[in-house]
Write a protein that binds this ligand. Structure first.
Ligand SMILES: [Zn+2]
Length: 276
């Protein structure tokens, strides 16, 4: 028969450790949990009183910094769209030109070190928005700023902000979009918007062009049909702009969309193999 002592012992084990017996969280041996260190120097040393971030805190701070960048990026629900989540058909082999896979390669190289303008041009379902979001997400995961904006939304904002009835001289979104180191503009097209909204959009792009700020544009409109002032920027494939045409069977509709007839494609465009 089990002794009373054994029964009590078993009951004790079953209820688990008490609060006092809980393992204590491991205290950082360097900073004792403070998160910061001070130089061990005399008061006449210039480093006296200076705080150094302890290694145990650094990764947490970096995580929070990226969270703030993501908040400001306006990427919203497209945070899940990455280069890894893009479905490739030609794994392990060189993709044919003008396929989504070729565009994936170009976009991935660009995302590592964005320079100049990258224009992704293709019909619906070619994955250009996915690739544009993946560029933004790649920058953000590296702890670098990027802003992702859908052009019709931007135009709506510009129209309401800069209408002739307002005398706005400063607008935060306008300044952000104008100057962010990496801007992704999704769905640039032939939106009919107010003249002043179009003018503001042109000002943004012209400024970014002149300052050579990294800019990604997606469009399903032939560059020939884009507003002439923007076309001259987007079509500058001898200079700042890399134009990548993407053709694919529409994933949703099962039909092939060619973005434009061959005769309407600009003669000087397109590095045929989609390389930068
Ligand atoms: Zn520490």
């Amino acid at each position: 028969m089990e002794s009373l002592a054994d029964v009590l012992k078993r009951a004790h084990l079953a209820r688990g450790p008490t609060v006092d017996e809980q393992p204590k969280p491991l205290m950082c041996p360097q900073c004792g949990g403070a998160g910061y260190l001070r130089y061990d120097v005399t008061p006449d040393d210039p480093r006296f009183g200076e705080l150094i971030v302890c290694d145990c805190t650094r990764s947490e701070l970096e995580k929070r910094r990226i969270e703030r960048l993501v908040d400001r990026s306006k990427i919203g629900g497209l945070r899940r769209l990455t280069f890894d989540s893009f479905i490739l058909k030609y794994r392990g082999s060189a993709p044919p030109p003008r396929t989504p896979d070729a565009a994936h390669r170009t976009a991935h190289v660009y995302a590592e070190d964005p320079k100049g303008w990258l224009v992704l041009w293709g019909g619906f379902g070619t994955g250009k928005t996915h690739l544009a979001a993946a560029i933004a997400n790649h920058r953000l995961s590296l702890g670098e700023p990027a802003v992702f904006i859908v052009v019709p939304d931007l135009l709506d904002h510009l129209r309401s902000t800069f209408s002739p009835n307002t005398d706005v001289t400063y607008d935060e979104l306008f300044e952000t979009v104008r100057n962010t180191p990496v801007l992704i503009l999704d769905d640039l097209g032939t939106q009919t918007s107010s003249a002043w909204a179009q003018e503001k959009l042109y000002q943004i792009l012209n400024h970014r062009y002149n300052m050579e700020l990294a800019t990604v544009i997606t469009t399903n409109v032939s560059p020939d049909d884009i507003e002439p002032r923007l076309r001259s920027r987007i079509g500058d494939t001898q200079g700042l702009s890399t134009l990548v045409e993407i053709r694919d069977k529409d994933k949703r509709l099962g039909v092939t969309h060619a973005p434009a007839p061959a005769s309407r494609r600009p003669a000087a465009r397109l590095r045929e193999d989609n390389r930068i």
